[in-house]
Design a protein around this ligand. Sequence first.
Ligand SMILES: [Zn+2]
Length: 375
Amino acid sequence: MILFLGIGLFVYLKTPLVEARENILIEVNSNIKASSLIKNIKLGSYENTTLDTSKVGEKEIKIKTKSFLNKKGTKTVSYKVVDTNAPLLEVEAQINVQQEENNNLLDYIFVKDNSKEEIEPKITGDYDLKKEGKYKLKVSAKDSSGNETVKDVVLNVIAPKKVESNTNNNTSSNTSKENNQKENNTINTPKKTKKGYDIIEKDGVTYINGILIANKTYALPKNYGQGLTSETSAAFTKMQTAAKEAGLNIFIKSGFRSYQLQTEVYNNWVKLNGQARADTYSARPGHSEHQSGLAMDINLIEQEFANTEEFKWLQKNAYKYGFILRYPKEKESITGYIYEPWHYRYVGVSLAEELYNNGNWITLEEYLGIDSKYK
Ligand SMILES: [Zn+2]
């Protein structure tokens, strides 16, 4: 009798009792672990692996289990990956383009979907990029699951204007002059960075050593920015031409983003992945370098971009055109952002040469002696 009970108990303890949930729906490309599939487990444990959520559809996972007597097994659980979020449509409410430029409206529209599929935006309404005027358009993006985002956009085609002079440098020299005056008047001594540079704020914008700074510590005012600065655009075009001569195609995937647009972008990421994770790659409104008009994402906003020939070319050549890789590898704790092989910042050729450091990029934070942390 005792023997039978003993055997019974032994067999019983050999397999854990796993109760899985049913009809599980999981959002595509979300970071979900096996524990969300398990309702209950008795007499054992399981390996809490991350689920594959990379594609929409029915999925199955064999979860590794272990009984208290160390007997290994598996429990198969099925779940369904769905896409219920509409694509993120990055487009300004008003797009200003110059009549003469060789424009393509699609360059001003950027779509990202959490299914990671390539989605072509659709533009509804008549417009003529060669004719001055205001055109009311509808821009939409639809993913293969049928989720759609529609936005009203005013396209403002304006008469060509003369290229602005070097506004960047003017601003910085003005500020240092004003600043010197202030110092002479003995009030308002500017704050200094750890490297001894003056931190100068002008109209809510922070300049350090003449360099505009937008990071987690220093924000831009809500109304700042109107597109890529003419200097940045011109430098990019030059770089693009050089890349073309090397047989490579580089293009701006995401350039200027207004405060309003960044608010949408950031909120969308928070909704999808939570604030803590979103903060590692998406800036809070006001803190994005994209609002400065000096930064851009090139070609592919994915880690895989680092394996392309285009990236390798940029690594060797971007500094010659005044661009720096802004968020290098292993500098996350300094810049506040994960490695972003696609994000470049215009700083001018002489500074870019200094920061290049043979491909071992020095970040603006290190160079100037500043932090990048939300207060
Ligand atoms: Zn970027």
